[in-house]
Design a protein around this ligand. Structure first.
Ligand code: M6R
Length: 603
């Protein structure tokens, strides 16, 4: 994902900007650039590939004395990862950097071209600088020209623009993509896509709201929300890197649960066009020649795979099988070249998954990976990769990686459904509508979190937990149980609700805790009967459902949705928070549970 850094002040700008980009490297990128406006002169440098290339290009450049600087790492969406497409993009006297996607850029580009503007890049970003300069040419004041530019854009953006017409000012705008403004007592101002580049420099930061824009100079910060002038809400920025990286949360896992809502917006970005799922990564795949999709993964990624198998068969009507990578490797599997082999991995380095992928490749299967880490081993070996764009996940217990994996796999199922024309139009539209709702569904409801905190004290003992659910809520039950056992060290199992009576119900008594996932939109009555069977045997029931359930000992009421995936994601957050709260009460190291590693590179 792209990264943005900006600076206004007297210090050496290049150093701050390049170090800032380094801090944002984790977001992933394929080119980078910086621009400095100093004594009414603009210098800019761009390079494809790693930051080192940009560092080499700028080695003889320095910029002491008052000035402005903007810097960017680009993760290509429109146009190839070339130097020309790298940011900043320039007009005649201004430069811009942008993170996000301008949905109406084609329209604007056409109008500008009719006015005689020549474009050098293939990006959507370039229109911003030309539009700004067009308004300047029409004699608007720079502030008004910027305001008019922003009002013309539809889409997601974090933008920084500098121009010789206002040599002491950075113009900025933010909508649906993070942008942070920082300041210190030396009148320096800073911008960043996250806190990371600002730590140690800014004393206070303001996390800009969606729909805000403005301009900043040493003399003033003018901030607007839509058209109304507002005051930036500055908060102190802790100078400890670790603390600030946690954004004030107690643990990385907690932060990662809370950021799922914004992270999945990045997963979706540019992947739904005109209400159709668009996955550029799959353009060379012909799904009409594929008979089966076989998915291989480990741990949480395996649970995402199981969820995907329901979605792929239901939506795309392709047979889908799922295997645990460590089992697959040694079972002498029968592989068919009409099978697409899909691996899922957060780290891209899990040894068993990687080896399974190599086996499938050797057997001549077309391969695909869903992965969070670009350039990882799995990405390099697979024929193509759909990146989940979760950003660095620090908590060993995977949360946002799982959410983005499931969302990516749902996109994949819908992409294949379209390619094979397996869904009625109305059904497809309902899926797209639900997909678009997920960022909102994932917003953590603080009251629910508080309730889980209170309830958690009753769940610190007992002889075991059963998480139960049906259909896609069965893999979610497995994932809920894995989360709990990883960080609480309590025994927990995930089970299909209907399977309890085939053995595990023998364990039922008041010290058996059942976490019942009871969605309204999928098999509610059937799940309810299974939970009643457990309750009749005195099991303690924590029911999670939008429907009141009178046999529940504890109850978390969820929202009423019409799509099962919305219920899925809301219940996912609840199971994550439950595990977190139990673990905190037990005094465990939430982020680094005993015996576990984030990346398992041994078999
Ligand atoms: O990086 P991967 O997704 O390939 O890792 C697979 C598992 O090791 C991982 O999901 C593990 O189960 C997590 N710690 C679960 O929270």
């Amino acid at each position: 994902m792209c990264g943005i850094v900006g600076y206004i002040g007297k210090k050496e700008k290049k150093t701050f900007l390049l170090n800032g980009l380094k801090e944002l490297e984790y977001r992933g990128y394929d080119s980078a650039g910086i621009a400095v406006l100093h004594q009414n002169e603009i210098n800019y440098f761009k390079a494809a590939g790693k930051l080192e290339n940009l560092v080499n290009k700028t080695k003889d450049f320095s910029s002491n004395g008052f000035g402005l600087g903007i810097a960017h790492t680009r993760w290509a969406t429109h146009g190839k990862p070339t130097e020309i497409n790298a940011h900043p993009h320039w007009g005649a006297f201004s430069l811009v950097i942008h993170n996000g996607i301008i949905e109406n850029y084609m329209e604007i580009k056409k109008e500008l071209q009719e006015d005689g503007v020549e474009f050098v890049s293939q990006t959507d970003t370039e229109i911003i600088v030309h539009l700004f300069e067009k308004f300047i040419a029409l004699d608007f004041e720079p502030h008004v020209a910027f305001e008019k530019t922003i009002q013309s854009l539809h889409g997601a953006y974090a933008i920084l623009l500098i121009s010789k017409v206002a040599p002491d000012t950075i113009f900025f705008a933010k909508n649906a993509v993070p942008l942070i403004l920082g300041r210190n007592s030396e009148s320096e101002l800073f911008f960043g896509s996250s806190d990371a580049p600002l730590i140690g420099f800014a004393q206070e930061v303001s996390y800009l709201e969606d729909g805000t824009y403005g301009w900043a100079s040493e003399k003033e910060i003018a901030l607007f929300h839509h058209d109304e002038k507002i005051k930036p809400n500055f908060k102190p920025l802790n100078s400890s890197k670790i603390y600030a990286q946690k954004d004030g949360y107690r643990f990385f896992m907690e932060k990662e649960i809370y950021e799922q809502s914004s992270v999945v917006s990045e997963t979706l970005m540019g992947r739904i066009k005109d209400d159709v799922v668009f996955l550029e990564e799959l353009k060379d795949y012909d799904f009409n020649t594929i008979d089966e999709i076989k998915i291989c993964a480990c741990g949480t990624s395996y649970h995402a795979a199981l969820t995907a198998s329901y979605l792929i068969e239901r939506l795309a009507k392709i047979r889908c099988s799922v295997e645990i990578a460590s089992e697959f490797r040694y079972k002498e599997p029968l592989l068919d070249t009409k099978t697409l082999f899909l691996v899922i991995s957060q780290s891209g380095e899990t040894a068993d998954t990687l080896e399974a992928l190599k086996m499938a490749k050797k057997a001549g299967l077309k391969t695909l990976s869903v992965c969070n880490v670009d350039n990882s081993s799995i990405v390099r070996v697979s024929d193509a990769t759909i990146l989940t764009r979760a950003g660095i996940e620090k908590g060993v217990a995977s949360t946002k990686a799982f959410a983005t994996q499931v969302l990516t796999l749902w996109l994949l199922a819908l992409y294949v459904a379209k390619a094979k024309n397996t869904l009625e139009e109305a059904h497809y539209e309902a899926e797209i509508k639900a997909l678009r709702a997920i960022p909102t569904v994932l917003k953590v409801d603080e009251r629910v979190h508080e309730k889980l905190h209170r309830l958690s004290k009753r769940y610190l003992h007992g002889h075991g937990f059963f998480f139960i659910g049906r259909d896609i809520f069965f893999p979610l039950a497995l994932e809920g149980a894995l989360k709990l056992k990883e960080i609480s060290y309590l025994h927990a199992e995930g089970y299909p609700s209907g399977e309890m009576k085939h053995g595990p119900i023998a364990l039922a008594d008041s010290n058996l805790f059942t976490i019942a996932l009871m969605p309204r939109t999928l098999l509610y009555e059937k799940t309810k009967s299974n939970v009643e069977e457990l309750s009749a045997r005195d099991a303690t029931i924590l029911a999670i459902s939008p429907q009141e359930f009178e046999l529940a000992d504890d109850f978390i009421k969820t929202k009423v949705y019409t799509h099962p995936m919305c219920e899925f994601f809301e219940m996912m957050v609840i199971t994550q928070l439950l595990a977190l709260e139990v673990s905190i009460r037990l005094g465990n190291d939430v982020d680094m549970p005993r015996n576990l590693a984030k990346s398992v590179t041994v078999e």
